[in-house]
Write a protein that binds this ligand. Structure first.
Ligand code: CO
Length: 130
């Protein structure tokens, strides 16, 4: 199931305007220091849009913006058992961005599959029920 789409933006204030104009509710800003990112969520039924603004100049989002500009950064799927999924993917030779499961916004646990193993798209996996 699609959990969210992650969009890299230069300014949350500017980027969230279109969603507010569409009558959607935008969450309060949250900072994830470990990823150097400031974000808001826009709920869309069972899934969400995640707007990501760099919180530091050397963060992955800052590097993405410098290289590619604003736009779709990653897609995130929900899986029933994240630990089992990571074990299976590693055994299958899938390349992950980091070897360990991390904790992010809202306390959810996640890993990223490298774009080289996912058709050129950065793929985030989170556990359902969190
Ligand atoms: Co995400």
């Amino acid at each position: 199931m699609l959990d969210h789409l992650g969009i890299a933006v230069k300014s949350l204030t500017a980027a969230k305007e279109i969603y507010e104009k569409l009558g959607l509710s935008v969450s309060a800003e949250e900072v994830v220091p470990s990823e150097g990112v400031r974000l808001v969520m826009v709920p869309l039924g069972a899934s969400r849009i995640e707007l990501l603004e760099p919180a530091s100049e050397d963060s992955p989002i800052a590097r993405f913006l410098a290289k590619r500009g604003e736009g779709l950064h990653h897609i995130c799927l929900r899986v029933p058992d994240l630990v089992a999924t990571v074990h299976k993917l590693k055994a299958d030779g899938v390349r992950l961005v980091s070897d360990t499961i991390k904790t992010g916004a809202g306390g959810h646990r996640y890993v990223f599959v490298h774009p080289s193993s996912a058709g050129g798209v950065l793929l985030e996996l989170v556990e359902s029920g969190h």
